[in-house]
Write a protein that binds this ligand. Structure first.
Ligand code: GLA
Length: 712
């Protein structure tokens, strides 16, 4: 007997057809759709599809777990076999239970021959984000080798466009648009961490979807190891997206009674473009209790020592940096790499988590005391999962690294990966961090992870990425429970470990090592599709960026980072008094607006000039907004366009104020525009429909514009 089960979020629905002899199939995913009993019956009649010539004689529905055994061909979502090579084509025709509420469905199904059981979880939450995972249990007596278990969601045939994410070190979160067509796109990440190259992020949508319009579906696998995703278009026109962990050979062997749970696939639909999709994801991350909250009521401004001094820890200089940082308005001072034993360059020391006596003869106490006395918090850099061959730890325990016996493996940044699934290695690292956190007033950890995994052989010699990822989560979670007031940032040479599983245990992501604002514009834009501003570690650096050598103004640098969790790293002692004052001015301005930035709705405006980014935040009451108009490249047209924002209240009147002035009155304009003269008063309706005339801007410059509604 077939029946319809509907799951509803606030603005979207997922409708499934279920019966007693097969796994459910998703028959609708889109805008809110509530069906009467009659309509549900009518829908069932419309699930009967023609059977074409030269094909199987029965229609094969696209279920939540397409299988070889049922004619699922390349969509097969469960791969594996029992040791004798059997049980590789199960069917799961026995539905044990099917429990649903208004927004969730749990199905338990078994395959009698292979003695495997699937438990499928599907929820659509109030923020319209689907959370989907599956647990596979081996009920039989033989071991079952699992080769892959994918989470599948169908797309309707009108979804033709795709935005994929890729990148590399100092160039993360880049996007690429293409058409979805036959046959199939397969993306694999085998780097052992979430990765820059192929992060588990995907957005698809209707033709030409953009920031403000179109039907958009976004997908993200919450997992910090290997993964794969596929965008399938079948020859019969059906489309399916699949995400899952990419398992290495024999990585998961399920003994009798053992189970494997997939990471969670997060997916969301919006009929209002990328902005609508981001709003769903951001609201979920902000408001659900799945992610740990930040400790202070605000995100403190960071100063990080890395680009100010690298490995050279000169105590006098550090002391001067502390004084200067505090006087400018910094709220958290972070001592980056270089503080522990033997760490004079990147070739030595990882693993020896003891304060270097030569650089810090009195430990970190004098530094921390001075930081606290100046009203700031203190943070410290770690890279716990790594070991340099030149370290006491490696000399004592070479067997603690992730490795395949009798093979040599390449170093990465002169380091190997510690196998945290070895209990003694885990205990050692945990104890080192525990001691440092208990003995020092540390409020924040920058938790780094600077290399990809190669030959990641686990304890029993088998592939061990899966175990390593779980052990890392365990370690961070344990420390989080022991020190709940310590915030942790997920860093992986920048943004190579940004995902919703690591974010269950960490408060912030280090987005990129690149602090050149020109590059950061695209990096941060890419990041912003899935993750909200307060999680985005956004640092600026010196006028000449260390990673690109490009020169840029302080305004462009600092305002580029305004729409994230602000910080900076540069040798403050080289700044003139005027520069310090300018910096202090902007930090003060940021403090005034960060509450809005970190809670408001992010909106990006479609522009006709591809060298221009326009984005901003609007508070829920639509009484306050802050926008950045960013001219990255030379303006496309001779005269600038108007700024049209349709996310304000058309009934309200706004005071519109330009918050920075100096850099946009130069050569490109003979006469400026009213916006540059100061304050404007203009209705929300006019702003949406006609717009505010922008000035002609120089390349690499930003205007920061505030909107305050006149409450009558
Ligand atoms: C990584 C990080 C940097 C810095 C260095 C220190 O590259 O991404 O921000 O902390 O390590 O070695």
């Amino acid at each position: 007997m077939s029946k319809i089960i509907s799951l509803h979020g606030n603005n979207s629905s997922l409708i499934l057809a279920c019966n007693d002899t097969d796994l459910p199939q998703v028959v609708y995913w889109g805008s809110l759709l509530k069906l009467s009993k009659d309509e549900q019956q009518q829908l069932l009649t419309q699930l009967v599809r023609p059977v074409p010539q030269a094909f199987l004689d029965e229609d094969v529905p696209l279920t939540l777990v397409p299988l070889w055994g049922n004619g699922g061909f390349q969509l097969n979502a469960l791969a594996g076999s029992s040791v004798a090579g059997h049980n590789w084509a199960p069917q799961f025709k026995k539905i044990i239970s099917l429990d649903s509420t208004a927004n969730s469905l749990i199905i338990c199904a078994q395959d009698e021959q292979s003695e495997l059981e699937l438990k499928i979880n599907l929820t659509i939450n109030q923020w319209d984000v689907i959370e989907h995972s599956i647990t596979l249990t081996n009920l039989g007596t033989q071991d079952y080798q699992l080769d892959g278990l994918l989470l599948s969601l169908p797309l309707n045939a009108q979804i033709n466009d795709m935005m994929q994410f890729h990148g590399r070190w100092i160039h993360e979160f880049q996007t690429q648009r293409s058409k979805i067509d036959q046959p199939c796109y397969v993306v694999e990440n085998l780097k052992g961490r979430t990765s820059n190259d192929n992060p588990p992020l995907l957005i698809v949508g209707s033709n030409g979807f953009n920031q403000q319009s179109g039907n958009v579906y976004g997908f993200h696998l919450g997992w910090s190891g290997n993964h794969t995703y596929k965008v399938n278009t079948l020859s019969d026109g059906r489309k399916l997206v699949q995400f899952g962990e990419r398992l290495l050979p024999s990585e998961i062997m399920l003994e009798s009674g053992a189970r494997y749970s997939t990471p969670t696939l997060y997916a969301s639909f919006s009929d209002s473009g990328l902005n609508g999709f981001s709003h769903n994801f951001h609201s979920f991350i902000r408001q659900s209790n799945k992610f740990i909250p930040h400790i202070l009521p605000y995100r403190p401004i960071h100063f990080n020592t890395w680009e100010a001094m690298y490995f050279e820890h000169n105590l006098t200089q550090i002391s001067q940096l502390i004084e200067r940082a505090a006087s400018i308005g910094v709220e958290r001072f972070i001592l980056d790499d270089g503080w522990f034993k033997g760490r004079n360059n990147e070739r030595a020391g990882l693993g020896d988590w003891f304060i270097d006596k030569e650089k810090h003869p009195q430990g970190l106490t004098p530094i921390i005391e001075q930081v606290l006395a100046n009203g700031m918090e203190f943070g410290l850099w770690f890279e716990p999962e790594m070991v340099n061959p030149d370290s006491d730890l490696f000399r004592a325990h070479p067997e603690w690294m992730l490795q395949v016996q009798d093979y040599s493996q390449p170093l990465g940044r002169y380091q190997y990966v510690l196998n945290l699934a070895i209990p003694e290695a885990y205990a050692y690292i945990h104890q080192c961090i525990y001691d440092l956190l208990s003995q020092n007033k540390i409020s924040y950890i920058k938790w780094d992870m600077n290399r990809d995994l190669v030959q990641a052989g686990g304890v029993n010699g088998q592939a061990g990425v899966h175990q390593q990822v779980l052990a890392t989560y365990r370690l961070i979670e344990q420390l989080h429970h022991e020190f709940p007031k310590v915030e942790i940032e997920s860093c992986a040479s920048g943004g190579a470990r940004a995902d919703l599983c690591i974010l269950r245990y960490t408060n912030r992501v280090w987005t990129s090592d690149c602090n050149d604002p020109y590059e950061r514009q695209s990096i941060q834009l890419g990041f912003s599709y899935f993750f909200p501003a307060e999680i985005m570690g956004s640092h600026f650096g010196p006028a000449q960026a260390h990673t690109t050598n490009r020169l840029s103004t302080l305004e462009y640098r600092i305002l580029t980072n305004f729409f994230g969790h602000l910080g900076f790293e540069q040798n403050l002692l080289e700044l003139s008094d005027a520069e310090c004052q300018q910096l202090a001015h902007y930090l003060k301005l940021y403090k005034q607006y960060r509450g809005l930035i970190h809670s408001g709705r992010l909106v990006r405006i479609d522009t006709i000039d591809s060298g221009q980014n326009i984005y901003g935040v609007v508070n829920p009451a639509q009484t306050q907004a802050l926008f950045a108009i960013v001219q990255n490249d030379f303006p496309y047209n001779m005269i600038a366009d108007k700024l049209r924002i349709s996310y304000l209240n058309p009934e309200a009147t706004y005071k519109v104020k330009l918050l920075n002035t100096q850099e946009n009155t130069g050569y490109l304009m003979k006469k400026s525009v009213p916006l540059c003269a100061g304050e404007l008063v203009i209705s929300g309706k006019l702003i949406a429909e006609i717009g505010i005339q922008l000035p002609i801007m120089h390349p690499q410059s930003i205007l920061l514009v505030s909107f305050e509604a006149n409450i009558i």
